[in-house]
Design a binder for this molecule. Structure first.
Ligand SMILES: C[S@@+](CC[C@H](N)C(=O)[O-])C[C@H]1O[C@@H](n2cnc3c(N)ncnc32)[C@H](O)[C@@H]1O
Length: 283
């Protein structure tokens, strides 16, 4: 068993309760409409591939299960698009903020559930979802394969699965190795785990290659794996809500930067489906 798999789920929950994902995306008072609007604007400015990947409008009138919803940026957009959303997260604090967010926007078509996705069907009915969506969450649980096992139980033939997990052979992983680990490649997994998030010390962060994520998704048919996202901004400015590119990205022509992202990005965005009928659409 790997060290990450030995970590108790309580340590993962405590980490995300201390600092829910994206909680500092706005300096406005948490819980206000201005705060939530800014969180979304910043997230999609820095990660513009997310709306493209999620395809919110496609899920109108469909049942969407979101795993690791955090403070609910995508959750709101699935709900706004007219989906019936079940949103799950391990962190009570994240769920509390996401609930507040839904009420600020008057969205009543979301069912929030706090719990461990490794035991998903013990607190939500297995059910049959049209879309299972998880962005940046499954790689933070000690046993990702158990989550996938649970997702199979929540699928019907044709269910679409969209997940994002971190990419091993990425610019970000290299930066962590060089800047945080001073090149200590034998500590690679530990370094990535420690420095993968805005707040250091994530108890669990697995990283994948296109092949290893296909293996993880056993029981699903993988339709595409896209590599996305290099963060090009200077961190001290970014923390002050300014977007100043690092000098070497500033002078890079946009098509070259895009080419780098597609090869060395941090996000592996996977489209898959639960087999059982011809075609991979939920329409
Ligand atoms: C990096 S955040 C991503 C949140 C959100 N998807 C987003 O893009 O803002 C990871 C989230 O996964 C949740 N998480 C980690 N392990 C989990 C588990 N076993 N079950 C449910 N949620 C989990 C964490 O609580 C956290 O909110």
């Amino acid at each position: 068993m790997s060290q990450a798999q030995d970590i108790a789920i309580g340590a993962v929950r405590d980490f995300w309760n201390r600092r829910p994902c994206n909680i500092r995306h706005s300096p406005k008072p948490i819980g206000s409409k201005e705060y939530f609007d800014e969180v979304e604007a910043r997230k999609y400015f820095v990660e513009p591939h997310i709306p493209r990947f999620a395809e919110f409008d496609r899920w109108k009138g469909k049942r969407v299960l979101e795993i690791g919803c955090g403070i609910g940026t995508e959750t709101m957009n699935f709900a706004r698009a007219g989906a019936a959303v079940t949103a799950v997260d391990l962190s009570e604090k994240s769920i509390e903020i996401a609930r507040q967010r839904a009420s600020v926007y008057g969205l009543s078509n979301i069912q929030f559930c706090q719990g461990n996705a490794e035991e998903l069907t013990s607190f939500i009915p297995p059910g049959e979802y049209d879309l299972i969506y998880s962005f940046g969450a499954i790689h933070h649980t000690p046993h990702p394969e158990r989550v996938i096992e649970q997702l199979r139980l929540c699928s019907q033939p044709g269910t679409i699965l969209k997940i994002m997990v971190y990419q091993r052979n990425s610019w970000k992983a290299l930066q962590i190795l060089l800047h945080e680990g001073h090149g200590a490649f034998w500590r690679f997994s530990e370094l990535v785990q420690r420095h993968s998030e805005a707040q250091t010390g994530s108890p669990v962060t697995f990283i994948y290659t296109p092949d290893s994520v296909r293996d993880l998704l056993r029981g699903f048919t993988t339709d595409s794996v896209a590599i996305e996202h290099i963060f090009p901004y200077r961190i001290p400015d970014y923390l002050q809500y300014r977007y100043v590119k690092l000098w070497y990205f500033r002078y890079l022509p946009a098509p070259v930067f895009r080419g780098l992202e597609r090869r060395f990005g941090w996000h592996l965005c996977v489209n898959a489906h639960f087999p059982g009928r011809a075609g991979a659409t939920a329409d």
